[in-house]
Write a protein that binds this ligand. Sequence first.
Ligand code: ADP
Ligand code: MG
Length: 702
Amino acid sequence: MAEKLTDIFGIDVFDESTMAERLPKKTFAALKKTIENGEDLDPQVADVVANAMKDWAIERGATHYTHWFQPMTGITAEKHDSFITPVSGGKILMEFSGKELIKGEPDASSFPSGGLRATFEARGYTAWDCTSPAFLREDAAGVTLCIPTAFCSYTGEALDKKTPLLRSMEALSKQATRIVHLFGDKEVTQVTCSVGPEQEYFLIDKAKYLQRDDLIFTGRTLFGAMPPKGQEMDDHYFGSIKERIASFMKELNTELWKLGVLAKTQHNEVAPAQHELAPIYATANIASDHNQLVMECMKKVANRHGLTCLLHEKPFAGVNGSGKHNNWSIVTNTGKNLLDPGKTPHENIQFLLFLSAVLKAVDENAALLRMSASVPGNDHRLGANEAPPAIISVFVGEQLEDVLAQLIETGEATRSKQGGKLNIGVHTLPELKKDATDRNRTSPFAFTGNKFEFRMVASSMSIAGVNTTLNTIVADVLGEMADELEKAEDFDLAVHDLIKKTVTEHQRIVFNGNGYSDAWVEEAERRGLPNLKSMVDAIPALIDEKTITMFERQHVLNGVELHSRAEINYELYSKAINIEAKTMIDMVSKKYIPAVIRYTKSLADSINAVKAAVPEADISVQAELLTKSSMLLASAKAALKKLQECVAEAAAKEEGKEAAVYFKDVVFPAMGELRAPIDELELIVDKELWPVPTYGDLLFEV
Ligand code: ADP
Ligand code: MG
């Protein structure tokens, strides 16, 4: 197996070694310069690369190519063109020019632009991102050469998720390099960020999925009573993997390995039917592209196994939802992880400066970070009774907490707590070295050894936005710090003062306790930390003056681009809730109410039949059930009417913020009122008559 794996890994990727093999030396060198140092690409180089790429793809059976891009829908988009060019004699040639590689021109008008379209033309361009390798995708349509691209408008505004991410990586590189140079490390010419996203997902039986309109239209169940067993036994987490799931995972891994995705870890998650996949970290841009491929492959492979993969943040009420842990670190081109504290962090001044920069960035932009992790489905996790809370805080662990406390108290840190040895109490077991800090599972933003783990990220979303935000806010603080330190006469003294000042000013963001407790909610409020329960409340953070100035200063997004993103998010929210509400109305009208009527009729029939047969027989059970179900039926009907009215009213609201607020404050609660009687009915109505598979069927019969 091991040998085979090395044979298939990256086989579908036009990666560096394939390029080295197939490109003339000079072309390869020129392309590498562009990839590594961001130098402009020579059109002649592009022609040669395109031709080699095409030959490689055709040898592997490709007939088409596509510019693969990531519009602001959060998923990927593509338009396929075949390589054919007619030649005389009714024949064709397979051609692909440098121009076709570099630039595409899909019509931008049908992608969300949040007002950018009204101001600018519909024309949109895709531009080759040579920093993320092209790959082959095989499906029923055949083999397609996919070229990762950025997507922008005629006037250069970013219409996608990739462009800002690339810009933010440049910003972070520039500012972090300035800092590293100040510490005397002049060898460093570039800094990149590494990202490892852990992806959670559910797998359910496809035949059952197809019986639930809510799952089909909205990705989550809008109704469903809790089964007798949920996740309370903790027997699914890390449990042995069922055969059917194991064969899915095996095929998924193979697909991902062929695409060069470093799929590494897989396990069952907390909720029944929930699982996780973690790749080995990669440069943010590639990690982001790869995560899109992971999500896409999960869905495709699940289908082949008679399963459906749910990426929604909260497919089932009452059990854990899904998220994505975004592990993030910054590394120099000389291979040094700038977030690595070493064994004695108190002596690592450069690390302490980077740490304090992250603390400041997170504290000053908590609402913005919350926003960056927001999609409508994530509101069911953040701010509901689930991990992690909507309040952003940073976990630094015992060791660093102690170092920070020394800094705040005396202005100087003189010692670092050490982990020591772990005593298991059995002589035959190996002696294990303990980490200096235990894990914390409840923090939304946790320092985990040599990286930060941002755990709020939504399972279904692109990780591009989150990393764009992280890179930008940290770049901005580093820039400010560099400005100050570059002017300093005594660098050592200045850096010392700066760390102390920054840590002192932003210590309120550090929290090492239980993030799920009510006490923390109160404590956070005392500290003045924002607690934004809904995405709608977080959207304004995108367009406040401070944010716009910062993003413009770092050349990541301008005011117009940020406003368009806020608009898109309001619309996204309204549309999602609108679809959910309409799906509920449809299911209640056409499925649940008819089923309950059938049930009440069967009870009434039974009462009449029993009475006729044995007039003195006890019919109290049927009568009680009939009374109860009729009552619940009536409340369901009333709640249905109310929801219908709310949805009608929503249509009259002005698009954007006004509509989104209405959906959140009025429509969403009305949905809850409709769900309640239906879920109660599910517990009494004859299972044979219940029109859809239940939570028990969906979660335990995979
Ligand atoms: P867990 O959080 O489940 O304990 P790990 O610590 O092994 O798992 O790592 C989780 C993810 O973090 C993986 O995708 C891993 O590749 C990634 N990761 C590890 N080190 C770094 C780093 N320095 N920078 C960014 N991501 C990292
Ligand atoms: Mg983790």
